[in-house]
Design a protein around this ligand. Structure first.
Ligand SMILES: C[S@@+](CC[C@H](N)C(=O)[O-])C[C@H]1O[C@@H](n2cnc3c(N)ncnc32)[C@H](O)[C@@H]1O
Length: 261
């Protein structure tokens, strides 16, 4: 199997390296080359922060990090300098950081952020469920809103949601209360055996789709259906695709295990 480039394997380390590289370069410019006096340095922190951001972005590119890191590197230090001037108590930054962590968890590793299935896509999904009772799993169930809706509409089916982010998992768990055919578990869905499910639903990102497909092929039984919201399995043609008429123009890609390739 292809070895992922360093930037893919440890994106946070690459980001940190780029930021530190930018800071060291600015420090060398200012102190080492004696371009500015200490008084100048104090007067133009925003300009220096912009230079640091530019250098960090270049280092990040050089280390082959994805291009979406560029605006983050360009904006990080200038924003830090701007916010520093606002005299906000440090506790707020800590609180914001903890909140992000509880909602997005290790998104740097999973490369799957949080966004939710639209109501229209949920209705389309409902139409795709077999007429007979079935077992359905949502891999990365977010706040559980989708599952709650499906479970209420199909009391004859058993719904399971697996979520690793603590806060969204807790929300999903609370939403599942009083819904006997809905079970929410906290954990990593890569460790969840898929053999017992008839429908596997995934709304993830392009990054894990090849790995997910291997898992589905290995673990599910003939007849099982993988429904991927928006993201296709690279190199595998979907058995069919449902276009949902929502604002996002959602497409549900259907892969049926009976037609195993
Ligand atoms: C795009 S959201 C989809 C939420 C929900 N399924 C929906 O369609 O409304 C993806 C969710 O998967 C979760 N996730 C990503 N990787 C995961 C993993 N390996 N194990 C469990 N949850 C994961 C994320 O925390 C996020 O809540």
């Amino acid at each position: 199997m292809r070895k992922p480039p360093a930037a893919e394997a440890s994106p946070l380390r690459i980001a940190l390296l780029s930021q530190c590289g930018g800071a060291i370069a600015v420090w060398i410019l200012v102190a080492g080359l004696d371009l500015l006096t200490t008084a100048d340095f104090a007067r133009i922190p925003l300009l220096l922060a912009l230079v640091q951001g530019g250098i960090a972005a270049m280092i990040s590119l050089r280390l082959r990090a994805p291009v979406w890191w560029l605006p983050i590197h360009l904006a990080f230090m200038p924003l830090a300098v701007a916010v520093h001037g606002l005299d906000i108590a440090p506790g707020w930054f800590l609180a914001a950081f903890v909140l992000c962590l509880l909602v997005f968890w290790r998104v740097d590793r999973s490369r799957v952020p949080l966004y939710l299935t639209s109501d229209a896509a949920a209705d389309a999904l409902l139409e795709l469920l077999p007429a007979a009772p079935c077992r359905f799993v949502d891999l990365g169930c977010g706040d559980g809103g989708l599952l709650r809706r499906l479970a209420a509409a199909r009391p004859d089916c058993a719904f399971t949601g697996i979520e690793h982010a603590p806060l969204t998992w807790l929300l999903a768990l609370l939403r599942s209360l009083g819904q006997p055919n809905l079970m929410i578990r906290r954990g990593d869905f890569w460790g969840e055996p898929l053999g017992g499910y008839d429908v596997i639903y995934a709304f993830l990102s392009p990054a894990p789709m090849s790995r997910l497909w291997l898992k589905v092929v290995e673990e599910t039984t003939p007849g099982a259906l993988l429904v991927s919201n928006s993201f296709e399995v690279p190199g595998v043609e979907a058995d069919s695709t449902v276009a949902v008429g929502d604002r996002r123009k959602t497409r549900l890609h259907l892969y049926r295990q009976a037609l195993l390739r």
